[in-house]
Design a protein around this ligand. Structure first.
Ligand SMILES: [Zn+2]
Length: 245
């Protein structure tokens, strides 16, 4: 195995772990998916075949190009919404990993126009000042199944994402990006937690949000400690699996 094969094997291993972690943390269930940009060819990315993330093993990881095509013509079914990943990688060269989920606490912020998700605590500082909401009706009318089914809708979603780290999809879920896989997972987990805490806080009264400067400073601190959370979540996910297998 040469050096590039080893790098890809390492990516596959971490991507399998990311699938399990996201399930154990309640970000994905039967649905949702996570990808990583190919370490050797930036015009490709790695993503599981269509299946529940908790059950993903290394043999399920496929390689896609930026058209959303499986490069080895693997005939196993692909995720319908793989175009979220392909178009975000196309539009954002800085993005190395993408998580798409329907994590439940985020959904209310996608459907209530006056409710904007904002960082209420330091661990969600990466959210910055605002998070856009994608309205599929503007591109595909009011009778779709809300899924990002092709490159055109994937491109429209990534235009809405702009340079943000997350975008909500109205009545559907969210998409979170990272400069590496662990960061994307961290952000997906804490986007969900922030949504839950923000909704709880709004019940109590007026909410004090992080300032833009606080959010930026907290994000830098968290970045340095990300592996601490990753190691715990991996341990938790492996324990979780050992109960059932
Ligand atoms: Zn979806």
């Amino acid at each position: 195995m040469d050096n590039s094969d080893e790098r890809i094997a390492g990516q596959v291993k971490e991507l399998v772990a990311a699938n399990h972690v996201l399930f154990a943390r309640g970000v994905v269930d039967g649905f949702g998916h996570v990808s990583v940009r190919h370490a050797i060819d930036p015009a490709r990315f790695l993503l599981s075949r269509s299946m529940a993330p908790a059950l993903v093993a290394s043999g399920d990881i496929l390689t896609y190009d930026l058209e959303g095509r499986e490069v080895r013509d693997d005939t196993r079914p692909s995720y319908i919404e793989r175009f979220i990943h392909s178009e975000v990688y196309r539009a954002r060269p800085d993005v190395m990993a993408v998580v798409h989920s329907h994590s439940p606490a985020v959904i209310p912020f996608s459907v209530v126009k006056s409710a904007t998700i904002r960082p209420v605590y330091h661990l969600a500082g990466f959210l910055g000042e605002s998070t856009p909401v994608y309205e599929i009706r503007e591109d595909a009318g009011d009778s779709t199944d809300l899924l990002i089914r092709d490159s055109r809708l994937g491109a429209a979603l990534s235009r809405c994402l702009k340079q943000h780290v997350a975008v909500l999809l109205r009545g559907h879920g969210s998409t979170v990006v990272g400069e590496n896989l662990r960061q994307a997972v961290f952000r997906a987990v804490y986007l969900e937690m922030n949504a839950r805490i923000q909704a709880d806080a709004l019940q109590l009264g007026e909410v004090t949000y992080l300032t833009a400067e606080e959010a930026a400073a907290a994000a830098i601190t968290n970045e340095r400690q990300m592996d601490r959370a990753w190691d715990l979540w991996l341990w938790e996910a492996e324990r979780h699996r050992s109960i059932y297998t």
